[in-house]
Write a protein that binds this ligand. Structure first.
Ligand code: FES
Ligand code: FE2
Length: 362
């Protein structure tokens, strides 16, 4: 069995859409932990580890009383900071608490920081201005993926797969045939692929009324550990920027567990923003394309998990994916090292030779 890589915790992950979080307790697993999301009476979002500090019963199965969650098992009452403020119907005041996670709500998205709260800086959240810009509109949704997060990261960083996996919609031969330019730094990996004078794939013919030949730009930015934004520009060949049709697709690749992932998306456009029929078509197409990816990644997960030692082959179109993988690996190792350094030193066991006579060394 090939174990999935250690998840990166110090980073902002997309946790929910704003309209999913209200006065009903919502449970969602994030990076191997159950989290309960809800809105406080002032309208702000809140998130606690979804385990009661008494016997770990899910708080999300309890009820909201003002801003306090009352556990539905034995009545522990947990305030919005995670601290127990009493036990219903009983005089006890236990000293107990559960974890509260840093959250940011912006442009209709709720972001969570599952790692060290001292490192959580909202300035590190990728800019999503186009989700609230009146010149743009978007459709959004999410699907569950039964595969490790890294497979989704690599899927999005190598879009040559569009040629083979999505030939009926967004892919054609030009994608795989056009090389990418890649740049990266300590937190991100970016690529550009500019296809000039190519045939228009079916999705763009219908979506924009484009006829061949077209120029198609496909520029992707991976913000480690779990966000990818694809910037798309399409135009009749030879049209100068800024003319043309622009789209952006944000993916929130949020690990639920080591081997399951939330695949959130927001697909935006800057043309025909009032056209609801077009929005419905784009949503249906996006979900169909994502289903092709999900099906592929879930069978890939099985193949990866059951292969003990294959050495993978790579080609030049893998450059962005490999850099993304290395970046996550580096971040995870850094967190593991910091965790080990912070762990209390274990007392040394006595050497076997030093064991008193008659006492077996362990
Ligand atoms: S488990 Fe919550 S009160 Fe007992
Ligand atoms: Fe895909």
């Amino acid at each position: 069995m090939v174990a999935p890589p250690r998840l990166v915790l110090d980073g902002w992950y997309l946790a929910a859409f704003s309209d999913e979080v209200g006065r009903t307790l919502l449970q969602r697993w994030i990076c191997n932990r159950p989290v309960v999301f809800y809105r406080l009476s002032d309208g702000s979002v809140n998130a606690l580890e979804d385990r009661c500090p008494h016997r770990r019963y899910p708080l999300s199965l309890g009820r909201l009383d003002g801003d306090v969650i009352e556990c539905n098992y034995h009545g522990y009452r947990i305030a919005d900071d995670g601290v127990c403020v009493g036990v219903a119907e009983q005089p006890d005041q236990p000293k107990a608490s559960t974890v509260r996670f840093p959250l940011v709500e912006r442009d209709g998205l709720v972001w969570i920081w599952p790692g060290d709260p001292a490192k959580a800086d909202p300035a590190d959240i990728p800019d999503t201005w186009w989700l609230s810009d009146p010149g743009w509109t978007h459709v959004q949704g999410s699907v569950g993926l039964k595969a490790r997060q890294i497979l989704l990261v690599e899927n999005l960083l190598d879009l040559t797969h569009e040629t083979f996996l999505h030939p009926g919609s967004i892919g054609n031969a030009a994608v795989a045939a056009t090389p990418i330019d890649v740049t990266s730094d300590t937190r991100s990996v970016s690529f550009t692929r500019h296809m000039i004078g190519i045939e228009a794939p079916p999705f763009y013919q219908k979506s924009m009324g484009l006829t061949s030949p077209i120029d198609r730009w496909q520029d992707g930015d991976f913000y480690a550990p779990g966000v990818f934004v694809l910037n798309i520009r399409l135009a009749p060949t030879g049209t100068e920027e800024p003319d043309g049709f622009h789209m952006k697709v944000l993916y929130g690749m949020t690990p639920a567990t080591d081997t399951t992932t939330h695949d959130f998306f927001c697909l935006g456009r800057d043309y025909k923003v009032e056209d609801e029929e077009l929005s419905a078509f784009q949503l249906q197409q996006q979900l169909a394309v994502m289903k092709e990816d999900i099906d592929a990644l879930e069978v890939q997960e099985l193949m990866v998990a059951t292969d003990p030692g294959m050495i993978e082959s790579s080609i030049r179109s893998d450059v962005a994916g490999v850099r993304g993988r290395r970046l996550l690996d580096k971040m995870a190792k850094r967190e593991a090292a910091a965790e080990a350094a912070a762990a209390p030193a274990r007392p040394q066991r006595p050497a076997a030779a030093a064991a008193p006579a008659g006492v077996a060394a362990p």
